[in-house]
Design a binder for this molecule. Structure first.
Ligand code: GAP
Length: 458
């Protein structure tokens, strides 16, 4: 009987990711670097497939959406206008013995004193920490809370002084706001319409934890939907429903693992009318935010219009009105979506580990094996099948060990179909196709294989 593992689901996923090349700690030969990660060959393929599903659902499948890809460096005034230079800060407390630093809200939440401590002021956090005699995770006293700005700063150009300070994007969506006018003018769009972007964001997070869940460099998948002010409530409700459907229908997540949490009024930005988090149930770490849906009003365009001095208003030809549109924002974290996909489709059956990805997400759509690698006629036929399918799809080749081991190896990386070329193939021109989830085997004619895969991808 298989020994019962005491590993958490997160530990199993981290280990699978490393073993099979989904995600590696970055710069590992130097001991790794502050919770930065690289996507390995399989992670890269999974990433591209997730992006494809996101893009199909949010951009290609709609006529009211365009997508851009903005630069990482932006004019420093962007971050003053957005409020990040002045106010993008978390409360930090320091262990007075080890000098390790922690987020005050996390210390309070981890002690189960309250659920969402993110909106506390420094004095409020200090009072809670003092009244409840909270200590650092190492059991030491904590310093008073102070604000710590999360923007990552650097210098551009040959001089390092105050005039050359630039910031890496604290949130990816700022490109969309500053590009709103050129997108409007170049595409001749009418309201309502959205601008989507998958882009990098950088935050000097005080604590980074839970593998790729909270990192200092990550990607955001944004939709900023521009509409008439009086229609914003209706579009806000529309997008909330759309996001639920994206996770459960497009990504195939179980509805029981997707939950919504409304922000308390004091948690929201002062300009936001409403804000909800979409949460996913990440095993032992519980329900955690994967996306924010925000009713932003016209704050972003107002600020950029003021700071840039450029007119960002929309002219409605039908009514003759000129106004700043309202924005409904859906901002998801790519790393969190990737991690949720692994949690959602991870299965175990005794020693067998499996990623039960839908074919559209699977890194390889099928694997091709010759039954025996020392029979040239089988290898030649199998190579032929492999090369043909490879013209259209990502297909794996495996001729190591016995068939059972190859099935296990493909199950672990989520390959939905294994195609074996055996002696009957040489005689009848058909192959055995084994289904990862049911382990059922069927014979399929070689000339029907491409259609077989195409149908599963629909
Ligand atoms: N423009 C809105 C915005 O940036 P946010 O709630 O700060 O809102 C949106 O971020 C999403 O970005 C979050 O729901 C989360 O999925 C992801 N995210 C935020 N900080 C992150 C971090 N340090 N590591 C990984 N993902 C993060």
């Amino acid at each position: 009987m298989a020994e019962k593992s005491s590993e958490t689901l997160m530990e199993k996923i981290v280990s699978l990711c490393k073993r099979r090349g989904f995600v590696f700690p970055s710069s590992e030969i130097y001991g790794g670097f502050a919770a930065t990660y690289d996507f390995g060959p399989l992670g890269f393929l999974l990433k591209k497939n997730i992006e494809k599903v996101w893009r199909r659902w949010n951009v290609e499948g709609r006529e009211d959406m365009v997508e851009i890809e903005g630069a990482i460096f932006m004019h420093p005034r962007v971050w003053e206008a957005s409020g990040h230079v002045g106010g993008f800060a978390d409360l930090l407390v320091e262990d007075l013995v080890t000098h390790k630093r922690y987020r005050a809200d996390h210390v309070i939440e981890d002690a189960k004193i309250m659920d969402n401590a993110g909106a506390l002021k420094a004095e409020e956090a200090d009072t809670i920490i003092k009244d409840n005699k909270l200590k650092s995770p190492d059991g030491n006293p904590l310093s008073p809370a102070k604000r710590f700005n999360l923007l990552v700063k650097t210098h551009l150009g040959p001089i390092e002084d105050d005039t050359t300070v630039v910031y890496l994007k604290g949130e990816s969506c700022q490109n969309i706001y500053v590009d709103w006018k050129p997108v409007l003018e170049s595409t001749h769009r009418k309201l309502p319409f959205g601008i989507a972007q998958i882009g990098k964001a950088f935050r000097n997070e005080i604590t980074v934890k839970n593998f790729i869940f909270r990192t200092r460099e990550f990607e955001q998948m944004d939709i900023q939907y521009f509409c008439r002010p009086e229609e914003a409530d209706q579009w806000y409700e529309y997008w909330k429903k759309n996001r639920q459907d994206f996770y459960t229908e497009a990504m195939g997540f179980s509805p029981a693992r997707v939950k919504w949490r409304q922000h308390d009024p004091d948690e929201r930005a002062f300009y936001a009318k409403d804000a909800w988090d979409v949460q996913y149930q990440f095993g032992e770490i519980g329900f955690q935010e994967i996306e924010g849906v925000h009713h932003r009003g016209n704050y972003d365009l107002t600020q950029h219009q003021k700071f840039s001095g450029t007119d960002l208003s929309y002219f409605d030809e039908a009514t003759g009105e000129r106004f700043l549109p309202y924005i409904v924002e859906c901002s998801g974290g790519f790393n969190r979506l990737f991690l949720a996909t692994l949690f959602e489709f991870y299965r175990e059956d005794g020693d067998r580990k499996m990623l039960s990805f839908p074919p559209k997400l699977a890194p390889y759509k099928a694997a091709v094996f010759p039954l025996l690698k020392n029979k040239p006629e089988l290898v030649e036929k199998a190579k032929n099948v492999y090369e043909n399918l490879r013209k259209k799809y990502m297909i794996a080749w495996d001729d190591r060990g016995n068939i059972g081991k190859r099935y296990y190896a493909q199950d672990e990386i989520g390959t939905p179909y294994c195609i074996t070329i055996d002696f009957d193939t040489l005689e009848h021109g058909d192959v055995t196709v084994r289904d990862r989830d049911t382990a059922k085997q069927e014979r399929v004619k070689i000339e029907d294989l491409e259609k077989f895969i195409a149908e599963k991808l629909e």
